[in-house]
Each structure stands twice: as C-alpha cells, then as structure tokens.
Design a protein around this ligand. Structure first.
Ligand code: HEC
Length: 120
C-alpha cells in the first residue's frame, strides 16, 4: 500500500518539474532577441560601473582628461564584433585596473554592437 502511493506520486512530481523547466526555458527558445536584450542591458550596467569615469556620455563635451563617447568609438570603420572582442581581451592602458570577467566582456560587446546598430 505504501509503495503504491509513492509510485503514484513520483511521476506527477517529475511532470511538474518538467513543466517548470519548460516554462523557464521557453522565453529563451522562442525569442533569441530576448536573450540578446538581456545581454545588452547587463553590458550597459558594466559600462556604467567601470567605464564612465573616463568615457563621456553621448552628446557630452569631450575634455582633455576624458575619453571619447562610445557613439564615436563604434562609428569608426571596421569596428565589428571581432574587433571589440579582441579589444576587450587586451589590456586597456589608460584603465590600469581593467579587469572584467569574461562574461562581462561578452555583455559589453553586445552593448557596443547594439549601440552601433541603433546609430545606423
Ligand atoms: C581610466 C580611464 C578609462 C577607463 C576607466 C576606460 N577607458 Fe576606454 N579609453 C580611455 C581613453 C583615454 C581612450 C582613448 C585613447 C585610447 O584609444 O587608448 C579609450 C578608448 C577606448 C576604446 C576605443 C579604442 C580605440 O582604439 O578606438 C574602447 C572600445 C574603450 N575605450 C572601451 C572601454 C571600456 C569598455 C571601458 C570599461 C570597461 C573603458 N574603456 C574604460 C580611457 C578609459
């Protein structure tokens, strides 16, 4: 009797777990664009936290002690995904403590490419 009850309950729980898993994955499967948007948003946060000490905001006046806005950087010929990825893997000399995690670098690349796309 006891065994029977356990057996009956297990599949129901498994099914529920499967449904929960599917519900979580569904947005990602249905729309890769959603995942991209999340990466862009995370990239923006990284830039806000680590890059704004030097890089002026778009439209802000560039002074001698500040670095160019990203709108100018992404507008330069040849600035594609490969270029940004290589740039972020290398040392960024003015920024002596330039140490982002790899997943942060990947998100910053998504943000830069999104900025480039929006400027076109
Ligand atoms: C300490 C100041 C400083 C910080 C912080 C900083 N940068 Fe820069 N960055 C500069 C300066 C100055 C330049 C322009 C001169 C140069 O290219 O080295 C520059 C240029 C760049 C360029 C263009 C390089 C080129 O060759 O056109 C990119 C891309 C860039 N920075 C990305 C970033 C990102 C992403 C962050 C944050 C994770 C960041 N920077 C943080 C100072 C800084």
């Amino acid at each position: 009797m006891r065994q029977k009850r356990q057996k009956a309950r297990l599949p129901a729980r498994t099914a529920m777990a499967a449904w929960a898993g599917m519900a979580l994955c569904l947005p990602l499967l249905v729309s890769p664009a959603l995942a991209d948007a999340a990466a862009v948003a995370r990239g923006e946060k990284v830039v806000e936290e680590w890059c704004r000490d030097c890089h002026v905001r778009e439209g802000q006046k560039l002074t001698a002690d500040m670095a160019p806005p990203y709108s100018a950087i992404v507008a330069i010929e040849g600035r594609d995904r490969a270029w940004f990825e290589a740039f972020l893997q290398a040392d960024h000399f003015p920024m002596t403590t330039f140490r982002l995690f790899d997943h942060e670098k990947a998100d910053v690349v998504e943000w830069l490419l999104d900025l480039q796309k929006r400027a076109k």
